[in-house]
Design a protein around this ligand. Sequence first.
Ligand SMILES: [Zn+2]
Length: 393
Amino acid sequence: MRKKFLITLFTATVSLVLMSSLILNTYAASQRDIDELNDKKSQAEDELNSVNAQMDTAESELESLKSQVAEVESELARLNTQLDDLNNSIDTKEAEIKQEEAEIEEKDDLLKQRMVAFYELGDTSYLDLLFNSADLFDFLSTYSIVQQIVEADTALINELEEKKAQLEADKAELESNRAEVQTVKAEQEKKSTELQSLQAEKEQVIDSLSEDQKALEQQIQAFEDAIDEAQEEIRRQEAANNAANGKYEGSFEGVLEWPLSYNYNIITSIFGNRTAPTAGASTNHGAIDIGVSYVPVYAPASGKVILAGYVSGYGNYIKIDHGNGYYTAFGHLSAFNVRAGDVVSTGQQIAVSGNTGVSTGPHLHYEVYIGGSSKGYRVDPLQYTSHPSLIYH
Ligand SMILES: [Zn+2]
């Protein structure tokens, strides 16, 4: 798990970040780098497609939630209108009931006055009424008229009471309707709250997916840029290789400077036959080995770099054409500061020494050719090279 993480970290970070610095240091862009970058880019594109699909789903879910919210909101508006109507009807009924009550009170007062008048009359004037009546029939008739008036008043009051009772029943029904509508409204409000919270959650999911999309798009763009850069670098290398095919136009002055700082003066292997060579190393050592670790290597004379790359056995290897058939070469390098085709001047840093190829430990393998880089022969560099006093190990 940790290893996988480290590998992922390495390939993702190093191939992107170090890509450019590797190119600058070693000019080592290759088709393999481009293939790797294309693989990574494809992975990012697959991921982006998956995020896009999730986004489509989330967006259509959000649309559905929004239309549900709108539906509930319009239902709530309808319920509010209904409630307003019911409240108005209830107010109207209440007003009508009050009016009815006033009318009943008024009629009741009138009846009471009549009754009082009648009974007062009863106490003091029944006999008068009786005696003033022409006859018994007249008296009974007068009495009957009064009684009829009282009965009519009572009937009217009863009718008003009934009407009031009906109004109150109507009002009670309206209130029960209102309670039902309020229950439905409360349910719809709860539903609306739930839907709105679902909508907010969905919007958050969409925001986060949108960030993922942006990040992946940037990643894909970064891979594309790195691929472009690597392709451009390969083109530059090809151009440099073509340029390197041309010979150095300058001429060799006859002196090779020491290719290192003068304080690096330990010779670990001299030029000539070796009695006990390291496995894989040549018995005929056509070079000198200088014992250094990772230090700058300088051009021993002006010339043109004709090779800067990996060579089996030599590791990272540089060969320089100095003109007039003189060449120098350096092996086991850890990094390049020049590329094939570059024209260099005496003392210019060309590389960093190291331990690449077949090597028992960090050292600089230094060769001098005369008569051609491949058809010529190698000579002891010390014979042609100004050098510090040397220590042999
Ligand atoms: Zn050597």
